[in-house]
Design a protein around this ligand. Structure first.
Ligand code: BG6
Length: 486
């Protein structure tokens, strides 16, 4: 038995990719672990002409195979018993009334409306929810990213949602904040005194944050072609990671204490001039190549992508945080699809010694480095120089390795599982506040504008590489190389 609150969880976009690939598997894991209230119900809504039996069949073909070793027949059967599918046209008021009826009327149970749909539907759905009475104090609305395409559209959505829901009912999700290793980054920074004195411009030379994927656009061509890497990943996931690396220690773990500190970082990001955009950003788009030896198509050949698309599938940029702690330290952010490896990591490069008394090895730059690996294998490595055994004073780069999966045997919750439970429990700390999001869009806006104004076409890169050569040049101008190049 669990002390978790009872809940009704309602997924808009119930037949969509996110619900089937991430949300339901995450809930199944929580269900199997016995941490959901036994009476908690799940309502999935979609436009597809399916009945309950058809929807469950869809789950058996699309969700079950992905559960791998986690699959357990009795647990799966009990999980399916929680789920009710209902057809809903987001524009049809009667369908919302039918939803209220299916819920058994309005009640004071925790009711979570998860909008796993395109952002253009957020306003319509929230307006109809409110008209049906589904915006009372126990209703929480979860908004998937990206919230709009730019500052204006996200402001419009936030304003519309804000007309019907109070800020503390709105959960703007960024699943990167739910990752175990991101939580650990906070633990390491604020739970140990070791790093804090070094965590500043006097000792840190540069910071690199990478989210590289081997996947392409995976059947999401239509969505992705309207977004691109800057809007899809940099504006949210990468900026949130940057905030956690760069923020001041919060006074507590209270939601606003953390969010206030993150906001300060976003506000301190130096705005890009048009010249900065030209000099400090790199856009790329993959052409055909190979991933792990298997040929893959180029972006322009992907289904539902315009054949002359100028959408970027890769972006790298150099940011600076204009405050006392960070002034002058370059933060290099990078994300791309169809890259050589799947890796998400934060690399903090400390300064080298001011004067070398030993002969320095050629790879001296790979020492004095902290690597926080978020995926695929969560770990922290601290690189430094040590003496090679022998009678000469010859140094070599080596590292201490903390592999979290070896160290901790407990069950690891997936990011979506943790965040869904946070919503059910009413914990807002890992969700973006409206002002944070406005600030993040405000900062990327000049980049979007300059790219569009100058029609800066993305540079082509081969699928399976680390992106366009210009990405390496961006760093070499600052006398630095990307982590994997050392
Ligand atoms: C999503 C993006 O937010 O994050 C996807 O829309 C991307 O394009 C995904 O593939 C990456 O998440 P993760 O957790 O697999 O690194």
């Amino acid at each position: 038995m669990t002390d978790a609150p009872n809940f009704d969880l309602i997924f808009f976009g119930g037949t969509g990719d996110l619900t089937l690939r991430k949300l339901l598997p995450a809930l199944y894991a929580a269900h199997k672990a016995g941490i959901l209230h036994p009476d908690g119900r799940i309502f999935t809504l979609g436009r597809r002409n399916l009945e309950q039996a058809g929807y469950l069949a869809l789950l058996n073909t699309h969700v079950k195979p992905g559960l791998g070793d986690d699959f357990d027949a009795p647990a799966w059967a009990a999980f399916l018993a929680r789920i009710r599918f209902q057809r809903l046209d987001a524009n049809n008021a009667d369908d919302y009334q039918r939803l209220v009826d299916a819920l058994g009327g309005l009640s004071d149970r925790v009711t979570v409306c998860y909008l796993a749909t395109a952002p253009d539907l957020f306003t319509t759905i929230c307006t109809h929810l409110a008209a049906a009475g589904l915006n009372h104090a126990n209703v929480r609305v979860v908004l998937e990213k990206p919230l709009g395409r730019d500052l204006a559209s996200s402001t419009a959505i936030n304003a519309a949602v804000g007309r019907h829901f109070a800020e503390n009912q709105i959960y703007r999700i960024d699943h990167y904040l739910g990752k175990e290793s991101v939580q650990n980054l906070m633990a390491i920074r604020f739970g140990n005194a070791l790093f804090e004195p070094l965590w500043r411009r006097e000792w840190i030379d540069n910071v690199q944050i990478t989210i590289a994927e081997q996947l392409g656009v995976e059947g999401r061509g239509e969505f992705y072609d309207r977004m691109g890497a800057l809007r899809d990943v940099l504006q949210n996931h990468l900026l949130q990671l940057l905030c956690i690396v760069a923020m001041e220690p919060p006074v507590s773990l209270a939601e606003d204490a953390i969010r206030d500190e993150k906001l300060k970082v976003l506000k301190a990001l130096k705005p890009f001039s048009t010249q900065d955009v030209t000099e400090r950003t790199v856009r790329g788009q993959y052409r055909a190549g190979a991933i792990d030896g298997q040929p893959v198509a180029g972006y322009l050949e992907e289904p539902n992508v315009a054949p002359d698309s100028k959408t970027e599938t890769f972006v790298a940029l150099q940011a600076e945080i204009a405050n006392w702690r960070w002034a002058g330290v370059p933060f290099f952010l990078r994300t791309g699809k169809r890259m050589q490896e799947r890796v998400a990591e934060i690399v903090v490069n400390f300064r080298n010694v001011p004067h070398a008394v030993f002969p320095m090895p050629l790879d001296v730059h790979s020492a004095n480095r902290l690597v926080i690996r978020l995926q695929p294998k969560e770990s922290i490595q601290l690189y430094f120089l040590a003496k090679e055994p022998g009678d000469t004073m010859s140094l070599q780069s080596t590292y201490l390795n903390l592999d979290f999966h070896t160290m901790f045997k407990a069950r690891w919750a997936d990011a979506y599982e943790r965040l869904l439970l946070d919503v059910i429990h009413g914990r807002l700390a890992l969700f973006m506040r409206r002002d944070e999001q406005v600030q993040a869009w405000t900062w990327v806006e000049p980049i979007i504008e300059a790219w569009e104004r100058h029609t800066i076409a993305p540079r082509s890169y081969t699928a399976g590489s680390w992106g366009p050569a210009a990405s390496s040049s961006l760093l070499s101008r600052a006398g630095v190389v990307w982590h994997e190049e050392t």
